[in-house]
Ligand binder design. Sequence first.
Ligand SMILES: C[S@@+](CC[C@H](N)C(=O)[O-])C[C@H]1O[C@@H](n2cnc3c(N)ncnc32)[C@H](O)[C@@H]1O
Length: 385
Amino acid sequence: MNRLTTSKGEYELARYPEHPRDPFRAWDAADEYLLRQLEGIDGATPVELTGTVVVVGDRWGALSTVLAGHRPVQITDSYLAQRATLANLVRNGHDEDAVRLLSARDTPPDRIDVLLVRVPKSLALLEDQLHRLAPAVHAGTVVIGTGMVKEIHTSTLKLFERIIGPTRTSLAVKKARLIFCTPDPALARTPSPWPYRYELPGDVGAVSGRTVVNHAGIFCAERLDIGTRFFLNHLPERTGRDRVVDLGCGNGVVGTSAALANPGAAVTFVDESYQAVASAEATFRANVGADAEARFLVGDGTADLGPGSVDLVLNNPPFHSHLATTDATARNMFHGARAVLRQGGELWVVGNRHLGYHTQLRRIFGNCTTVAGDPKFVVLRAVKR
Ligand SMILES: C[S@@+](CC[C@H](N)C(=O)[O-])C[C@H]1O[C@@H](n2cnc3c(N)ncnc32)[C@H](O)[C@@H]1O
């Protein structure tokens, strides 16, 4: 647990899921810079936090927790960010409803008076979110963005310019920068270009030539990932009633492939990104059928699935968490998969060869077979015994 010190006091903050040995803090210099700006520290003019205050893209709820007294609306695409926010609010003596949590898929408030944007890793997500928020912004709305210098590019500023209004940046402080944007109500409103659809190549098994639907900000939203491509060519061939989980489903291409290959499969798509689960649902419905059996869950790994309730888990795990490389999520997913698999059930994983997932799988399952490999990727199978 780490403490964030602000002029308003000290806050105990943690990421979610919380790990006692988590090397990462739940905030960074970009969050601190924004908070200092709002409070009018270092010669800045303090910002009056009145009316509807909206915080977009708060990574782990640090901004929302410090600003909880202003009852902000938080908008995020991340279920984990929402869980972190709730835990951090309670940890710091607030009620869970001190912050109104909206996902990136929800309708934003009609009118926004203060808009604070933690610039996301994905430019596409920022573009989509600004398009959705622009109608609620008025000439008097205070709009401030924040991010680490390496996250803010000319293209980032151009998005604010094009969708909200004239934009400038602050000096960099501790490798963080602020973005000041003045809303221009006369700007022509254009619709978001998302979702984006692309056609799959002809050599990727059951989904060959099919169309994939991608909402903004999801993993590989504009082209098929090469690891996923390798996985699609080495998925298990199964028949009959099969309870399958596409764990970390992204646009749902893996689970959709399993459903097309085996009409007896009942696929559950899970992701911590609301945009991903919406994409998976759209991909599945477009390719398998409007009434075909499937479940679409936003959640943390397999946490919402029953023990022993699954025959097969398919997983292309993430190895990044907000710009930091980490294998903690993959490890959690493997443990979670084991818990929900029935005896004899299987976890199939694709990963970069150098990530060494086979060592973790052997430790967790007591076995691991390499099903396929090329110089870059491996597909691994672990059986619950
Ligand atoms: C490498 S991508 C794979 C996406 C898709 N299966 C594919 O192969 O194209 C990993 C996915 O895991 C999701 N993810 C990350 N952490 C998660 C968690 N704790 N629970 C569920 N999904 C998570 C990410 O949002 C991302 O969509």
